[in-house]
Every structure is written in C-alpha cells, then in structure tokens.
Design a protein around this ligand. Structure first.
Ligand SMILES: *[C@@H]1O[C@H](CO)[C@@H](O)[C@H](O)[C@H]1NC(C)=O
Ligand SMILES: *[C@@H]1O[C@H](CO)[C@@H](O)[C@H](O)[C@H]1NC(C)=O
Ligand SMILES: *[C@@H]1O[C@H](CO)[C@@H](O)[C@H](O)[C@H]1NC(C)=O
Ligand SMILES: *[C@@H]1O[C@H](CO)[C@@H](O)[C@H](O)[C@H]1NC(C)=O
Ligand SMILES: *[C@@H]1O[C@H](CO)[C@@H](O)[C@H](O)[C@H]1NC(C)=O
Ligand SMILES: *[C@@H]1O[C@H](CO)[C@@H](O)[C@H](O)[C@H]1NC(C)=O
Ligand SMILES: *[C@@H]1O[C@H](CO)[C@@H](O)[C@H](O)[C@H]1NC(C)=O
Ligand SMILES: *[C@@H]1O[C@H](CO)[C@@H](O)[C@H](O)[C@H]1NC(C)=O
Ligand SMILES: *[C@@H]1O[C@H](CO)[C@@H](O)[C@H](O)[C@H]1NC(C)=O
Ligand SMILES: *[C@@H]1O[C@H](CO)[C@@H](O)[C@H](O)[C@H]1NC(C)=O
Ligand SMILES: *[C@@H]1O[C@H](CO)[C@@H](O)[C@H](O)[C@H]1NC(C)=O
Ligand SMILES: *[C@@H]1O[C@H](CO)[C@@H](O)[C@H](O)[C@H]1NC(C)=O
Length: 432
C-alpha cells in the first residue's frame, strides 16, 4: 500500500516548487490561518467503498483561490498529499490515485480501507484575504459479502444449550440476528458475545424451533446469511382427552358411538398405546380410540400412553368411560330456556294482542276467507297443544311463552289480525 507520507516522485522539479510554495505559505500563514466553520470538506458519496472512488468536495467556497494544498491526518508539511495550482493547472500528488479538479476537490480512486482518515485542504480565500483550512473525514468500507451461520447442533433436545456463530471474513461489521425472518429480541438466557458474532440460547424451548439468520452491515452495504433451520425435540408432557371428561369420567349413551382422542404436544410426533382396564388394545395405535356401537361391557378404564422415541419421554393418563341409558325423549325444550324470562313478561302483552285479535273477528270480520286460515292454524298448532297438555313440565310452559314472544314481536298490535302473519307464527311454534 502506498502511504501518504511516502517520498514524492523523484526528480520532480514541480514537487520542489510545491514544497517551496507550501513552506512559504505555512511560514506566512501560521499566525493568521484559521480553521473556518464556513468551509468544510465533504466526501461524495458520503462513505467510500473499497475499490471505487470518492471526491472530497470543498464546500463554502465562493471565489476561486490561486491554489489548493491537501493534507491527510494533520496540517504539517510531511502530510501534504497534493498541491494544485489553478492558473497553470499543475498538479503535484503523492499518489497516482489522487487528482485535484479545477474547483479544488480531491478525488481518490481505487479506495482501500486504509484511506479512512481526516483530510484537510488549505487555501487563500480571496473573499476574506485569509489562509483558511477546511476539514473533513473520509470513512471507507467494504461491501459485505454473504456471511454464513453455523450452530453446534441443528437438532436439539428441549432444555439444552444452542450456540450459533455468524461467520464473516470482514472485520468491524455490525451484526444483526433474525429468527423466522423477524429481528431477534433477546430474552432471558439468550446473549450475544464476541462482537455479537456468537449467539447463545440457554434452556432451549419448543418456541426456539425455526430458522435463524445473521446479517452483517456497515454504512454502505448489508448481507444476510442463508437461514439455518433448527429442530427442537420435546414432549410429551401432558395428555388432554377429547371429549373432555366431567371429573374423571366420560359418559356415553348405550349403542351410540364413542370417539376418544388423546392429545399431546410432542416433536417428533408421539407414538401411542391404548389399554382398556389393564389389557392393551393392539388395534388402536394412534391417538384415537373408536367404538362404533357402545355396549354395556365397554364401560371401564381407558388409558392412553404416549411416548417420544427421541426425547425418550412418555406420559399416560386414564379416563373412566361409563355407559349410560338413553335419556328420555323430548329434551328439546331446554334450547328455548334462554327466552323464558322475557317470554313470561311479553306473554302478558301477547294476551292483549290476542284480545285485539278476537275483537277484530267478533266485530269486523264475522265471516269469510279467514276461516280457511283458521283451520290451517289449528292443524299446525295441534301437535304443540298436545304436547303442552301431555307434558306439564316448566319447560313446556316456557316454550309456549317463548312462542308468544315471536307472535308479539313479529308485528305491531294494530296489524296483529292479518291471518298470513298468524300462519307464520304458528308454523314457527311447530318447528320448535
Ligand atoms: C485528473 O483529472 C483530469 C480531469 O478531471 C484529467 O484530465 C487528468 O488526467 C487527471 N489526472 C490524473 C493524474 O489522473
Ligand atoms: C468540483 O468538481 C467535481 C468534478 O469536476 C465535481 O464532481 C464537484 O461536484 C465539484 N464541486 C463543487 C463544490 O462544485
Ligand atoms: C487498484 O489497486 C489494485 C491493488 O491495490 C491494483 O492492482 C490496480 O491496478 C489499481 N487500479 C488502479 C486504477 O489504480
Ligand atoms: C451478498 O454477498 C454475495 C457474495 O458473498 C453477493 O453475491 C451478493 O450480491 C450480496 N448481497 C447483497 C444484498 O449485497
Ligand atoms: C425440559 O424441562 C422441563 C422442565 O424441567 C421438563 O418438563 C421437560 O420434560 C424437559 N424436556 C426435555 C425434552 O427433557
Ligand atoms: C453447544 O455448545 C454449548 C457450549 O459449548 C454446550 O453447552 C451445549 O451443550 C452444546 N449443545 C449441543 C446441542 O451440543
Ligand atoms: C422469509 O422471507 C423470505 C423472503 O423474504 C421468504 O422466502 C421466506 O419464506 C420467509 N420465511 C419465513 C419463515 O417467513
Ligand atoms: C435453565 O435451566 C436450569 C436447569 O434446568 C435452571 O436452573 C435455570 O433457572 C434455567 N434458566 C432459565 C433462564 O430458564
Ligand atoms: C388412526 O388410525 C386409524 C386406523 O388405524 C385411521 O383410520 C385414522 O385416520 C388414524 N387417525 C389419526 C388421527 O391418525
Ligand atoms: C348396535 O348394536 C345393536 C345390537 O348389537 C343393534 O341392534 C343396533 O342396531 C346397533 N346400533 C347401531 C347404531 O349400529
Ligand atoms: C372393565 O372392568 C369392569 C369391571 O371392573 C367391567 O365391568 C368392564 O366390562 C371392563 N371393560 C372392558 C372393556 O373389559
Ligand atoms: C422413532 O420412531 C420412528 C417411527 O417408528 C422411527 O422412524 C425412528 O427411526 C425412531 N427414532 C429413534 C431415534 O428411535
């Protein structure tokens, strides 16, 4: 690498002139030279990229000075790197990668990381008649090549420790970690070390299974590793039965079917064994036990055993199945109980509507087409009435009351007499 303090090109009379001019200038300027706030050196682009070039612009200059002298690191004669004389366009540079354009900006081509430094330009400002020095900083970065991610294992047991390493040839890069494409937030038992290049996850849980990536970045570039898939083996820890037992018991109606499912969380998926009372049922080898047509002898204790051949954990749980008699027919009234309370209240109002209905028939419609509807009415409501008569349970009473709610709700009192509405109402009662 060429260094800025390297000896200038031999035998150059131009260089001698540069040195002479510079030393005269520095002797002359030392007392009045000012590091001006109004002038600055600004890299363009703001950051250098290894192998490409950058221009260090002088900002704040309103009038062309007679010459420009560039320094690196410090404004001392041994650190001069370029001198440019505007009048004759003569350039003296310590390095072939340097050039100064007519407006004084310094270009550096074929950048290397070691070009990172402070740069200074000194010039005579005709506006203020002063020698001024402007300063700027150049930072050169490498474009990030793709890092790789490794782990000490990609198939781990829950509760073990995982160590990920982000491998990159670059130095001084910033590191980011990603889990399932999202920026990783470190929880308890997770930490970064070695300049964030190493991620340690202690007490791995099933939630840590997924894809891991690391990304390296600097101000000019970033690059992310391919994902690394991690598998976590866990469980089974606990069994849940479906249907869920009431207490420890599942009731099943005689001659109906029973599907008993035993659910566990496990990776890899668990293997299963069922026992009835104490006998293994070899025909059931997954988490589902089915009896198509339950008989009285099917009562007993059903045990589900689940095991994971990787974690070598197993769990078993028993449930008592009790076969019960078919409950008596006609339990459907319970579905209406929700409307019962409102029904009792509104039933009274419905009574008023019925009175209005009767008044209409007695005084305004003594005969005619309505009779047909009247018949239909009776027919459709007949089963309901019969039920009401034969069953004096509170549920039945509620059903009638609820039906009255519909009767009332479907129309205002003034139109209650319309036979078609009446039909609708009664057919609804029948459905329920
Ligand atoms: C400096 O740049 C000028 C034009 O901007 C060009 O003509 C000249 O050849 C360059 N000098 C060097 C040493 O690259
Ligand atoms: C100076 O000249 C260079 C190249 O000619 C140009 O890229 C740069 O923008 C100019 N700087 C200013 C401050 O005008
Ligand atoms: C850039 O630098 C490399 C090595 O540092 C060198 O081989 C190459 O010739 C240089 N290119 C220019 C244009 O200076
Ligand atoms: C990442 O680096 C690889 C080379 O390692 C390169 O081919 C790729 O373009 C880079 N990706 C980005 C986004 O810079
Ligand atoms: C991990 O630890 C928990 C709590 O100590 C335990 O319940 C579980 O079975 C363990 N998992 C494995 C795979 O050993
Ligand atoms: C990974 O490395 C850590 C630290 O060296 C160690 O404690 C852990 O057991 C290793 N995990 C596996 C799955 O090998
Ligand atoms: C992550 O993102 C990449 C591309 O953005 C996509 O192909 C991949 O399916 C995503 N993975 C997950 C786990 O979301
Ligand atoms: C990790 O597991 C160890 C032993 O199993 C326990 O002592 C420790 O508290 C656990 N740490 C966390 C962060 O869960
Ligand atoms: C359980 O195994 C039976 C056959 O033995 C099969 O028909 C059924 O689909 C399996 N159920 C599940 C959940 O795998
Ligand atoms: C169940 O079995 C009994 C006698 O074994 C039979 O009468 C009945 O029809 C069966 N029920 C069903 C739903 O298969
Ligand atoms: C299980 O045992 C009980 C008595 O302990 C018996 O009534 C029942 O029939 C047995 N169930 C089966 C399926 O063998
Ligand atoms: C676990 O069981 C599965 C299915 O029977 C089998 O494919 C696998 O090889 C077994 N693994 C171990 C570690 O025994």
């Amino acid at each position: 690498m060429e260094s800025p303090s390297q000896a200038p090109h031999s035998g150059s009379s131009l260089w001698k002139g540069f040195l002479l001019t510079a030393s005269i200038l520095s002797c002359w300027i030392q007392p009045t030279s000012a590091q001006s706030d109004s002038f600055s050196v600004v890299p363009n682009p703001p950051y250098g990229t290894v192998g490409s070039s950058v221009i260090l612009d002088i900002q704040g200059l309103s009038q062309q000075p007679p010459s420009y002298t560039w320094y690196r690191k410090a404004v001392i004669p041994s650190n001069r790197i370029a001198f440019y004389h505007v009048a004759n366009g003569q350039l003296t540079a310590s390095d072939s990668r340097l050039n100064v354009s007519s407006n004084g900006s310094l270009s550096i081509s074929n950048l290397t990381l070691s070009d990172t430094d402070d740069y200074f330009v000194q010039l005579f400002d005709p506006t203020s008649s002063e020698i001024v020095t402007a300063q700027g900083h150049l930072a050169v970065y490498e474009t990030a090549s793709k890092p790789t991610i490794t782990a000490n294992s990609t198939n781990v047991m829950e509760n073990s420790t995982l160590v990920f390493t982000c491998n990159t040839e670059h130095e001084g890069m910033n590191i980011l970690w990603f889990f399932n494409n999202k920026s990783l937030s470190l929880n308890e038992g997770q930490y970064l070390s070695d300049g964030d290049l190493i991620l340690t996850v202690k007490n791995v849980t099933r939630k840590h299974a997924g894809s891991y990536q690391c990304e390296i970045w600097n101000p000019i570039s970033s690059n992310r590793s391919d994902p690394l898939e991690v598998t976590v083996n866990y469980g089974p820890d606990d069994i849940l039965f479906s249907p869920s037992p009431a207490g420890d018991e599942i009731r099943v109606i005689f001659q109906q079917s029973l599907t008993l499912v035993c659910q566990v969380e496990s990776y890899p998926p668990a293997q299963y064994e069922w026992r009835v009372n104490v006998t293994v049922s070899p025909e059931f080898t997954n988490n589902t036990y089915i009896i198509q047509n339950v008989s009285w002898e099917d009562s007993g204790q059903y045990t589900c055993l689940a095991w994971n051949n990787v974690t070598e954990l197993s769990v078993s749980k028993a449930v008592t199945v009790r076969v019960i008699e078919q409950p008596p027919e006609g339990g459907s009234g319970s579905s209406l109980s929700g409307g019962a309370i409102a029904g009792i209240v509104i039933g009274v109002i419905a009574g008023v509507a019925l009175v209005g209905f009767l008044i209409y028939f007695l005084f305004f419609r003594p005969s005619g087409g309505a009779s047909e509807h009247h018949d239909t009415e009776h027919k459709s409501s007949a089963p309901n009435h019969r039920q009401t008569n034969s069953d004096s349970s509170p549920n039945r009473t509620e059903e009638v009351s609820y039906a009255s709610v519909n009767f009332n709700a479907q129309k205002p009192l003034a139109t209650a007499q319309l036979p078609s509405h009446t039909d609708t109402v009664y057919s609804e009662i029948k459905k329920k």
